[in-house]
Design a binder for this molecule. Sequence first.
Ligand SMILES: [Zn+2]
Length: 170
Amino acid sequence: MAESLTEMAKDLTMALIEKDLIASTDTNQYLHQIHASLRELKAQDDRTLASGESREGETAERPPALDWKKSIRKYVVECLVCGQTFKQLSARHLRQHGLDPRTYRERFGIPRTQSLAAKETTAMRRRVAQAIRPWEKAPTYVQAQEPPPAPTPAPAPPKRTRKKAAPSNP
Ligand SMILES: [Zn+2]
């Protein structure tokens, strides 16, 4: 749990830096503050849950990210079941919720073509794939690298020659 709070604090801090709301030099200070606030919230949450109070009234404060589009962010993807964030939502994690990538998509109405990874992770993977397999983008690349198929002497139709050279036919 502590680890995911740290992750959340990190993500929030990154988001703030990204939006130029804080200077990156203040990162540590904010990281600690945010982490502390999160821990407080978490403690409150646990207390509320323990006391059996309804959390209905609090949903405005912390709306569950049920919109899957909001769960796939630039640097993290949020698990819509438990709210943990990852670079990539793995099948192994989903199994903890009795789901797999297919049923997870079904449950939250995520298109099959949508990768369950942070946007930056998806983009990075695409870049890597292109670096490894450049011909996927440039089909001429392979042709230039490989010698053309052995110059078969004009598909000499053997049938025709045989026909000509076969006078047995009347
Ligand atoms: Zn989860």
